[in-house]
Write a protein that binds this ligand. Structure first.
Ligand SMILES: Nc1ncnc2c1ncn2[C@@H]1O[C@H](COP(=O)(O)OP(=O)(O)OP(=O)(O)O)[C@@H](O)[C@H]1O
Length: 342
C-alpha cells in the first residue's frame, strides 16, 4: 500500500472557468521521497494541501486522496484531526507565519499531542525535547519565544513539530524559500536525513527541478493543474520527454556541466539546494489563466513542438517505452530527447 495515493483529483474554485487541479494522479510509497515541481501557480501547493484537506473556501474536490489507505476527502472531522496529528504533517514555506509568536516553542511543539488527548504532558515534553535534538537544536529552545530564533532555527522547529506525531508522511511545501542560501542547503540535508531515520514518506514541493532531482526518488512535473510528466528523478533530469520538463531543465544549470558551458550570464548563487546553482529562468509566455477554459494541451501556446493536434486534443498520460514508471502527457514526446529543440 502506498503511503499517499492520489487518484484523478479534480479541484474547482469558485469563479474559475476550469478546474485548478485536473485529473492529478500522484503516489508516494512508504519511505519514498517524491518531488512535485512546477512554476508558480501550477497547483503544487493546492495538491499538497489537499492531502490534509486544507482547501480554500468554496473549493470542491472530486477523485480520491488516500493516506495510509484512508480517503481524506471522505473523513469525519475527528478522523481528519487525527490524520493531521499522527499520520501526515506539513512543513510550510514561511515558519514565522506558521508559528504563533506569543507562545513558547515547547507549547507550540506539544500542542497537537495535548489537544489530541492521547499523550500526557510529561511524555509530550520529553518527545518535544528529543525531536528538537533530532533537528539539531538544544532542549533550551523549548522555553524560548519564536522571536528569539533565526529563520533557519524556526524551520527546524517546524520540522520537529511535523515529527511530533510520528507521521507516515511529511509534506514540505517549498520549505526553504524564506531562508538564506546556506541555511536552505542545511534544511534540505536535514529533511533527507530525518526522512531516512524516521522512515517517513516525503512529498517535497519545489519550483526547482535541479533540487528536486537531487533529493528525490521520483519527480512529478505539474503544469496548469495537470501532471505533464513523471518518472525516476534521474530519468527526468537526464532524458525528459515533455517539452515543459525540457524547458525547465534548460533553465537549470547542470551539475555535470563545466562552469564555462553555462556562459558568462549564468546565474550565480546556490539556489535552493546548493548543489544546483541557480534559479529557474523564466520560460517564454505565461501559463493559462484560470479564467479561460482549456482545449487541448495547456502548454501548447508556449511549446516549440506544438502542432494542430496539440491545440485540439488533450494528450493522454502514457508510459514511455521501456520504463513503466516514466509517464508523459505529450503528443510529440518522441521528438523531445533530452533538451530544447535546437
Ligand atoms: N484560496 C484561493 N482562492 C483562489 N485561487 C487560489 C487560491 N489558492 C490558490 N489559488 C489559485 O490556484 C492556482 C494554483 O495555486 P497554487 O498555490 O497551488 O500554485 P503553486 O504551484 O503552489 O504556486 P506557488 O509556487 O506560487 O505557491 C493559482 O492560479 C492560484 O492563484
Amino acid at each position: 500500500m502506498n503511503t499517499l495515493d492520489i487518484q484523478q483529483l479534480r479541484l474547482r474554485l469558485p469563479g474559475t472557468a476550469r478546474p485548478v487541479l485536473d485529473g492529478v494522479d500522484l503516489t508516494v510509497a512508504a519511505e519514498e521521497t517524491v518531488a512535485l515541481v512546477g512554476e508558480s501557480g501550477s497547483g503544487k501547493t493546492l495538491t499538497s494541501r489537499s492531502v490534509l484537506r486544507l482547501l480554500p473556501k468554496g473549493a470542491t474536490a472530486q477523485g480520491s486522496v488516500l493516506v495510509e489507505g484512508e480517503d481524506v476527502l471522505a473523513m469525519t472531522p475527528a478522523r481528519l484531526r487525527r490524520l493531521r496529528t499522527h499520520t501526515a504533517a506539513m512543513i510550510f514555506q514561511d515558519p514565522r507565519a506558521a508559528i504563533n509568536p506569543l507562545r513558547r516553542i515547547g507549547d507550540f511543539l506539544t500542542e497537537s499531542l495535548r489537544l489530541d488527548g492521547g499523550t500526557d504532558a510529561a511524555d509530550a515534553d520529553r518527545r518535544a525535547g528529543s525531536m528538537l535534538e533530532a533537528v539539531g537544536l538544544t532542549g533550551g529552545v523549548l522555553r524560548q519565544y519564536p522571536d528569539r530564533l533565526s529563520g533557519g532555527m524556526l524551520q527546524r522547529v517546524m520540522i520537529a513539530a511535523a515529527l511530533m506525531g510520528d507521521p507516515a508522511l511529511i509534506l514540505a511545501d517549498e520549505p526553504t524559500t524564506a531562508l538564506d542560501v546556506t541555511t536552505q542547503a542545511e534544511v534540505v540535508a536535514l529533511l533527507g536525513d530525518l526522512q531516512r531515520r524516521f522512515g517517513t514518506g516525503l512529498l517535497f514541493v519545489t519550483h526547482d527541478l535541479g533540487l528536486a532531482a537531487a533529493i528525490s526518488d521520483r519527480v512529478y512535473v505539474m503544469y496548469a493543474g495537470q501532471i505533464a510528466e513523471t518518472g525516476p528523478a534521474d530519468t527526468l533530469f537526464n532524458r525528459p520527454r515533455h517539452p515543459y520538463t525540457a524547458a525547465l531543465l534548460a533553465s537549470t544549470p547542470r551539475l555535470d556541466a563545466p562552469r564555462s558551458d553555462l556562459g558568462p550570464d549564468a546565474p550565480r548563487g546556490s539556489g535552493s539546494g546548493g548543489r544546483f546553482a541557480a534559479r529557474l529562468a523564466a520560460i517564454e509566455g505565461q501559463p493559462p489563466s484560470l479564467r479561460e477554459a482549456l482545449a487541448g494541451c495547456p502548454f501548447a501556446p508556449r511549446c516549440r513542438y506544438a502542432t494542430a493536434v496539440c491545440t485540439e486534443e488533450l494528450p493522454e498520460q502514457l508510459p514511455v517505452a521501456g520504463d513503466p514508471v516514466h509517464r508523459v502527457a505529450c503528443h510529440h514526446s518522441d521528438q523531445v530527447a533530452g533538451g530544447e529543440p535546437r
